[in-house]
Write a protein that binds this ligand. Structure first.
Ligand code: 2IP
Ligand code: CA
Length: 357
């Protein structure tokens, strides 16, 4: 398999995912399902699950189908955050699966969307549309992936931000605390033998706005042994900024100003773009699908995402790994994401005294 072809497929899949995410917000019917929390008598028993989960699963399964049909031998290794099996309170079951039959998709969506033909048709069209971002990649066709890989998808990271869409800024340039910008589509590829990420694509579906229409920005990177390739040119700034979750308990360090923002993918993206220098989290609240894509891009830029706890104990970077098993998928030991390893050492110096590990 050519790395270039896989990367192009992932870029196009991420843009299609962004189209579906935008459609679910711009179509009135779909959006009302997205924000509605039906309870008690109002609850529609024919409706299978909360729609936000359906939007997530639809995007995940569309990426799985698009990438899996180009690389059939890898289909079983493409995994996402969500389960694609739904059951309603009456015990009816539906499995969200996308194939090349548009009619099947339409019928499945009609069923889930309670016979709303118009909404089902609009979504079906997005799912089966051919999307080609025509990205110009300067990576050579010679770069082969001749080993076993796995793929982690987070169809919409920052789901709460995606649904609420309430913008809140920070005092730091280009960093939003909350809002649509904090929602990202994350697709990461890892090498099953080294358990390390090798390709990452991060799509920000609401990155730019023209009138009422949003457009994406797509960031990607490859880190395959000596081959380091990315479309990102991190911004240069004078302030040293660490970004973290509002739930983080360690919110003081002397080498960095601290910024809070929502979305694990968004925070790592801020480090990738150069708007922050480091993203840290001491807690076990991210998962493999939250970090794989961004870690690959950071590795392409000379950085990494490493464990918080053990890296601080050992005083050296210990990269997050992606074992190919069905066990715990949580990044149990927290994380530290950086572009420049010197920032990692500064943070370790700042926090080692404060933390009893
Ligand atoms: C979430 C999302 C949250 C994040 C959490 C992730 O993923 O990115 O925003 O918490 O770690 O697992 P925080 O914003 O505090 O960093 P999802 O939205 O896919 O559940
Ligand atoms: Ca997530």
């Amino acid at each position: 398999m050519k790395a270039r072809e896989l990367l192009i497929a992932l870029i196009n899949a991420s843009e299609k995912a962004a189209n579906i995410a935008r459609k679910c917000r711009s179509n009135q019917h779909l959006f009302s399902l997205l924000i509605e929390e039906k309870t008690g008598d109002e609850k529609n028993d024919r409706f299978f699950h909360d729609f936000k989960t359906l939007a997530d699963v639809l995007i995940q399964e569309t990426i799985r189908y698009d990438v899996g049909s180009l690389f059939p031998c890898r289909k079983d290794s493409i995994k996402g955050e969500e389960s694609n099996k739904f059951e309603n309170v009456l015990g009816d079951k539906v499995i969200i699966e996308i194939d090349n039959n548009q009619e099947n998709t339409f019928e499945m969506l009609r069923k889930v969307l309670d016979n709303n033909d118009e909404a089902a048709k609009e979504l079906t069209n997005e799912i089966h549309k051919v999307v080609d971002t025509e990205e110009k990649l300067s990576i050579s066709d010679e770069v082969e992936i001749d080993f076993d890989i796995g793929i982690w998808i987070d169809p919409i990271d920052g789901t709460a931000e995606y649904i609420n869409g309430i913008d809140e800024l920070t005092e730091f340039p280009n960093i939003q605390k909350t809002g649509l910008q904090c929602a990202t589509v994350l697709i990461g590829v890892y090498d099953k033998s080294t358990e390390l990420p090798i390709i990452g694509v991060v799509c920000s579906p609401f990155a730019t706005k023209d009138d009422d229409n949003y457009d994406s920005k797509i960031f990607y990177g490859i880190s395959l042994n000596d081959i380091k390739y990315s479309n990102v040119q991190p911004r240069v700034k004078s302030r040293k900024i660490a970004i973290t979750s509002s739930s983080e308990v360690h919110s003081r360090c002397s080498s960095f100003e601290i910024s809070m923002a929502a979305g694990a993918g968004y925070k790592a993206l801020k480090v990738i773009e150069g708007d922050a220098d480091i993203y840290y989290l001491s807690k076990a609240s991210t998962f493999r699908w939250d970090t794989c894509a961004c870690q690959a891009i950071l590795r392409a830029l000379g950085g990494d995402i490493v464990e918080f706890k053990n890296s601080i104990i050992e005083k050296q970077p210990i990269p997050l790994k992606y074992p190919d098993n069905n066990e715990d998928k949580c990044n149990r030991n927290g994380l530290i994401a950086y572009r420049d390893v010197n920032d990692f050492y500064k943070l370790v110096g700042d926090l080692s005294d404060a933390i009893k590990v």
